[in-house]
Design a protein around this ligand. Sequence first.
Ligand code: 13P
Length: 254
Amino acid sequence: MKRAPLIAGNWKMFKTGSQAVATALRLAELSCDVKDTDIMIAPPFTALALVGEKIKASRIHLGAQNLFYEKEGAYTGEISANMLKEAGVSHVIIGHSERRQYFGENNEDVCKKIRAAVESSLVPVMCIGETELEKKDEKTFYVLDKQIENGLKGFRSDELSDLVIAYEPVWAIGTGKSATPDQAQQVHRYIRTKIQKMFGSNFAEETRIIYGGSVKPDNISELMNHDDVDGALVGGASLDADNFIQIIKFNRMI
Ligand code: 13P
């Protein structure tokens, strides 16, 4: 059975609450006839509850861009899994390269955050990927191994049944320089083999591995034509609903 595609939009630090609601409403309207593809949008924290309320009746899943792993406490500026749940969130992006690069997150933090997500029944979208320098030094697979081994350390496969892995090569994010579909396929296959060794064949077959990094309406179809590419995590091209819908409806545009 082929995995259902997931097309997810990461809105990063863009859009106020009212701007996010307007984009979400437009996307809900444009996507009402989409049946076979899962859709997720991740607005900033301040827009979550507002957007959640508006898209409740649509097919769009609400995602957060981060969470903190403690349940509650004196952690100024942080947001817990339960707070996200109440705002209507079902998915949470964890370990995005911008969090790793600018806010010092490491694989151990990622592991704790995935634990917190799983315990609150949020779908974790774990981001992994190598930097330009690591790629140049031919360390891509070594880096991915460490991110996967340490990020998923101590989990049983049944705890991770909803896990989504997002492969986002750092050199492709926001640069317009997407990995070629063949490059993405090769790395996704490597990741699938890696999780098969850790968690078994069924787990590897069922887990969605999505690609992120300069995904656009004109490269999505070719990416999705590869067996191990199960969707996309889209930054810039998800900010405009009329643009993003062309990515979501990739298979109808070939
Ligand atoms: P771009 O699509 O803007 O390259 O961003 C990708 C990304 O970081 C999604 O999480």
